[in-house]
Design a protein. Structure first.
Length: 195
């Protein structure tokens, strides 16, 4: 009989150490890495050709996406960002026209107002930029523990791009049977195509 292991405490500890490492990251180094990742993203064929780009609105410890969002909007690209709908892990993406369309939402993250924003319609030609503390070489991620992206990605039919710093790539991460790996990972050093 296969032994079942509760991986939640292990993941919690990994998240805690990743948070601390991100908080203590040199600011100049982080800005440099963020710019390199943004440039790689903007030059990806699948981002350039996407009907809609779904992307998160970054916090202090994440790979910065604000300049990426602004550049896409300036290029006339449709950009949608997530809105957490409840504390059960449900979220939707809404089209924004500028960063001014955002307001404080769940967990102190800036989100669109669903009363004034339009819900994004996703297709196979939609790209979702996926955040994480860690990714492994197969595309599995260690997220933030709330399950919002896991739930969303389980139904998402488009393409997925994970972004993180090279130091946050591991050979292998524990994952559940319902976890879905991303198709591409972008770091400041490389692009890993997993499709």
């Amino acid at each position: 009989m296969e032994k079942i292991v509760d991986i939640r405490p292990i993941k919690k500890q990994m998240r805690s150490s990743c948070k601390e490492a991100r908080r203590s990251m040199d600011k100049t180094l982080k800005q440099n890495y963020d710019k390199k990742i943004q440039n790689k993203l903007l030059n990806l064929f699948l981002v350039r050709e996407a009907d809609v780009v779904l992307t998160y609105v970054s916090t202090q410890i994440e790979v910065k996406t604000l300049d990426f969002i602004t550049t896409l909007l300036e290029q006339g690209k449709k950009v949608a960002v997530p809105k957490c709908l409840n504390d059960k892990g449900d979220m939707d993406f809404f089209i924004i026209n500028s960063l001014d369309d955002l307001e404080d939402g769940f967990f102190g993250v800036r989100e669109p107002n669903p009363e004034t924003a339009t819900k994004a319609v996703t297709t196979e030609n939609t790209v979702c930029i996926v955040p994480a503390f860690l990714f492994d070489e197969k595309g599995y991620r260690l997220g933030y523990g709330k399950g919002y992206y896991d739930r969303f990605l389980s139904k998402f039919q488009g393409k997925t791009v994970g972004i993180c710093y090279e130091e946050n790539i591991r050979d292998s991460l524990m994952h559940g049977k319902f976890d879905r790996p991303v198709g591409l990972i972008v770091t400041e050093k490389r692009i890993v195509d997993l499709s």
